[in-house]
Write a protein that binds this ligand. Structure first.
Ligand code: FE2
Length: 210
Protein backbone atom coordinates (compact mmCIF):
# COMPACT_ATOMS: atom_id res chain seq x y z
CA UNK A 1 0.00 0.00 0.00
CA UNK A 2 1.39 3.37 -0.98
CA UNK A 3 0.40 6.85 0.02
CA UNK A 4 -1.30 8.72 -2.85
CA UNK A 5 0.30 11.98 -3.89
CA UNK A 6 -3.11 13.56 -3.38
CA UNK A 7 -3.21 12.43 0.27
CA UNK A 8 0.36 13.59 0.84
CA UNK A 9 -0.43 17.00 -0.61
CA UNK A 10 -3.64 17.28 1.42
CA UNK A 11 -1.70 16.59 4.62
CA UNK A 12 0.94 19.20 3.79
CA UNK A 13 -1.80 21.68 2.89
CA UNK A 14 -3.53 21.06 6.23
CA UNK A 15 -0.27 21.90 8.04
CA UNK A 16 0.22 25.03 5.90
CA UNK A 17 -3.34 26.17 6.51
CA UNK A 18 -3.02 25.61 10.25
CA UNK A 19 0.28 27.49 10.46
CA UNK A 20 -1.25 30.37 8.47
CA UNK A 21 -4.19 30.54 10.90
CA UNK A 22 -1.81 30.61 13.88
CA UNK A 23 -0.22 33.76 12.41
CA UNK A 24 -3.24 35.85 13.41
CA UNK A 25 -2.01 38.81 15.49
CA UNK A 26 -1.40 38.04 19.16
CA UNK A 27 -1.89 34.27 18.85
CA UNK A 28 1.74 33.21 19.16
CA UNK A 29 4.98 34.60 20.61
CA UNK A 30 7.12 36.68 18.26
CA UNK A 31 9.74 33.91 17.75
CA UNK A 32 7.07 31.31 16.93
CA UNK A 33 5.25 33.68 14.56
CA UNK A 34 8.51 34.58 12.80
CA UNK A 35 9.35 30.90 12.30
CA UNK A 36 5.85 30.11 11.01
CA UNK A 37 6.26 32.90 8.44
CA UNK A 38 9.65 31.49 7.49
CA UNK A 39 8.23 27.99 7.02
CA UNK A 40 5.34 29.26 4.87
CA UNK A 41 7.71 31.35 2.70
CA UNK A 42 9.96 28.32 2.10
CA UNK A 43 6.97 26.07 1.31
CA UNK A 44 5.88 28.58 -1.33
CA UNK A 45 9.05 27.67 -3.27
CA UNK A 46 8.49 23.89 -3.17
CA UNK A 47 7.31 22.18 -6.36
CA UNK A 48 4.16 20.32 -5.37
CA UNK A 49 3.21 19.51 -8.97
CA UNK A 50 4.82 16.08 -8.83
CA UNK A 51 5.64 13.66 -6.03
CA UNK A 52 8.58 11.24 -5.99
CA UNK A 53 6.84 7.85 -6.06
CA UNK A 54 9.63 6.01 -4.29
CA UNK A 55 9.08 8.12 -1.19
CA UNK A 56 5.34 7.41 -1.21
CA UNK A 57 5.86 3.71 -0.49
CA UNK A 58 4.61 2.55 2.90
CA UNK A 59 7.49 1.36 5.04
CA UNK A 60 5.34 -0.95 7.15
CA UNK A 61 7.18 0.33 10.21
CA UNK A 62 6.21 -1.36 13.52
CA UNK A 63 5.41 2.03 15.09
CA UNK A 64 2.00 1.72 13.38
CA UNK A 65 0.85 -0.86 15.90
CA UNK A 66 1.39 1.66 18.71
CA UNK A 67 -0.99 4.16 17.12
CA UNK A 68 -4.27 2.24 17.52
CA UNK A 69 -5.62 4.73 20.08
CA UNK A 70 -5.13 7.70 17.79
CA UNK A 71 -8.33 9.12 16.40
CA UNK A 72 -10.70 10.26 19.11
CA UNK A 73 -9.87 13.93 18.70
CA UNK A 74 -9.69 13.95 14.89
CA UNK A 75 -12.98 15.81 14.56
CA UNK A 76 -11.41 18.73 16.39
CA UNK A 77 -8.18 18.85 14.46
CA UNK A 78 -8.02 19.25 10.69
CA UNK A 79 -4.31 18.42 10.56
CA UNK A 80 -4.75 15.13 12.42
CA UNK A 81 -7.79 14.40 10.25
CA UNK A 82 -5.67 14.77 7.12
CA UNK A 83 -3.04 12.31 8.36
CA UNK A 84 -5.26 9.85 10.24
CA UNK A 85 -6.62 7.72 7.35
CA UNK A 86 -3.07 7.26 6.05
CA UNK A 87 -1.03 6.28 9.12
CA UNK A 88 -0.53 2.73 7.75
CA UNK A 89 0.63 4.08 4.39
CA UNK A 90 3.22 6.64 5.48
CA UNK A 91 6.94 6.27 4.72
CA UNK A 92 7.91 5.93 8.41
CA UNK A 93 11.59 5.72 9.25
CA UNK A 94 13.99 5.80 12.18
CA UNK A 95 17.63 6.59 11.52
CA UNK A 96 19.46 6.90 14.83
CA UNK A 97 22.10 4.37 15.79
CA UNK A 98 20.98 1.68 18.22
CA UNK A 99 21.01 2.42 21.95
CA UNK A 100 22.00 -0.21 24.51
CA UNK A 101 19.62 1.38 27.06
CA UNK A 102 16.62 1.24 24.71
CA UNK A 103 17.15 -1.65 22.29
CA UNK A 104 13.58 -1.56 20.90
CA UNK A 105 13.24 2.22 20.54
CA UNK A 106 13.49 2.04 16.76
CA UNK A 107 10.33 -0.09 16.70
CA UNK A 108 8.33 2.23 19.00
CA UNK A 109 9.00 5.60 17.43
CA UNK A 110 9.48 6.89 13.90
CA UNK A 111 8.85 9.86 11.67
CA UNK A 112 7.44 10.21 8.18
CA UNK A 113 8.53 13.10 6.01
CA UNK A 114 6.37 14.54 3.22
CA UNK A 115 8.52 17.56 2.32
CA UNK A 116 12.31 17.47 2.64
CA UNK A 117 15.54 16.11 1.18
CA UNK A 118 14.25 12.49 1.40
CA UNK A 119 10.52 12.89 0.85
CA UNK A 120 7.80 12.81 -1.83
CA UNK A 121 8.02 16.59 -2.24
CA UNK A 122 11.68 17.57 -2.54
CA UNK A 123 13.20 20.50 -0.66
CA UNK A 124 16.64 21.19 0.74
CA UNK A 125 15.37 24.13 2.76
CA UNK A 126 12.27 22.99 4.62
CA UNK A 127 10.85 19.72 5.95
CA UNK A 128 7.29 18.85 6.88
CA UNK A 129 6.59 15.52 8.55
CA UNK A 130 4.93 13.60 11.31
CA UNK A 131 6.62 12.16 14.42
CA UNK A 132 5.06 9.21 16.26
CA UNK A 133 6.11 7.97 19.71
CA UNK A 134 4.53 4.89 21.25
CA UNK A 135 2.80 4.98 24.68
CA UNK A 136 5.18 5.39 27.61
CA UNK A 137 8.27 5.78 25.44
CA UNK A 138 11.00 8.32 26.17
CA UNK A 139 12.46 9.94 23.03
CA UNK A 140 15.84 10.63 24.66
CA UNK A 141 17.65 13.97 24.63
CA UNK A 142 18.76 14.89 21.13
CA UNK A 143 19.75 17.91 19.06
CA UNK A 144 20.12 19.01 15.46
CA UNK A 145 21.13 22.21 13.69
CA UNK A 146 17.71 22.64 12.03
CA UNK A 147 15.18 24.94 13.70
CA UNK A 148 12.20 22.76 14.60
CA UNK A 149 8.53 23.61 15.09
CA UNK A 150 6.20 20.94 16.44
CA UNK A 151 2.41 20.99 16.38
CA UNK A 152 1.02 18.47 18.87
CA UNK A 153 -1.79 16.47 17.23
CA UNK A 154 -2.50 13.68 19.73
CA UNK A 155 -1.30 12.81 23.22
CA UNK A 156 -0.16 15.04 26.08
CA UNK A 157 3.54 14.27 26.48
CA UNK A 158 6.18 15.73 28.79
CA UNK A 159 8.42 17.90 26.63
CA UNK A 160 11.87 18.91 27.87
CA UNK A 161 14.01 21.63 26.31
CA UNK A 162 17.13 23.07 27.90
CA UNK A 163 16.33 21.23 31.13
CA UNK A 164 12.78 22.62 31.51
CA UNK A 165 9.94 20.07 31.33
CA UNK A 166 6.33 20.92 30.50
CA UNK A 167 3.24 18.97 29.50
CA UNK A 168 1.94 20.10 26.13
CA UNK A 169 -1.58 19.10 25.04
CA UNK A 170 -2.79 18.78 21.43
CA UNK A 171 -2.82 22.12 19.64
CA UNK A 172 0.40 23.37 21.24
CA UNK A 173 3.14 24.77 19.01
CA UNK A 174 6.67 24.12 20.31
CA UNK A 175 9.73 25.87 18.87
CA UNK A 176 13.18 24.28 19.24
CA UNK A 177 15.94 26.70 18.23
CA UNK A 178 19.00 25.33 16.42
CA UNK A 179 20.99 22.74 18.42
CA UNK A 180 18.90 23.04 21.60
CA UNK A 181 18.84 19.73 23.51
CA UNK A 182 15.30 18.38 23.78
CA UNK A 183 13.41 15.21 24.71
CA UNK A 184 9.84 13.91 24.84
CA UNK A 185 8.26 11.43 27.22
CA UNK A 186 4.97 10.00 25.98
CA UNK A 187 2.20 9.39 28.51
CA UNK A 188 0.07 6.23 28.39
CA UNK A 189 -1.15 7.55 25.03
CA UNK A 190 0.98 7.68 21.90
CA UNK A 191 2.28 11.09 20.88
CA UNK A 192 1.65 12.25 17.35
CA UNK A 193 3.04 15.64 16.29
CA UNK A 194 3.53 17.36 12.95
CA UNK A 195 6.90 19.03 12.56
CA UNK A 196 8.67 21.53 10.35
CA UNK A 197 12.44 21.93 9.99
CA UNK A 198 14.21 24.93 8.49
CA UNK A 199 17.87 25.93 8.22
CA UNK A 200 20.30 23.01 7.94
CA UNK A 201 17.78 20.26 7.18
CA UNK A 202 20.40 17.88 5.78
CA UNK A 203 22.26 17.19 9.04
CA UNK A 204 20.59 14.37 10.96
CA UNK A 205 19.52 14.61 14.58
CA UNK A 206 21.89 13.04 17.09
CA UNK A 207 21.39 11.75 20.63
CA UNK A 208 22.92 13.99 23.28
CA UNK A 209 24.16 11.04 25.32
CA UNK A 210 24.13 7.25 25.05
FE1 FE2 B 1 13.98 17.67 17.32
Amino acid sequence: MALSSHAALAAVDAVRQHFAERLAPGKESAPVAAELEHILALLADVDFSKADEKHLQASGHPVIRHLQQVGVSAKDNEVLAAFLPHLDALPWRYSYETRADAPDIGERMAWAELVGPIAPFKSEKVCIGLTAIGPGLLYPAHYHPAVETYLVLFGTARWTAEGITREHPPGTLILHPSNIIHAMQASDEPLLAAYAWTGDVETLSAYAEQ
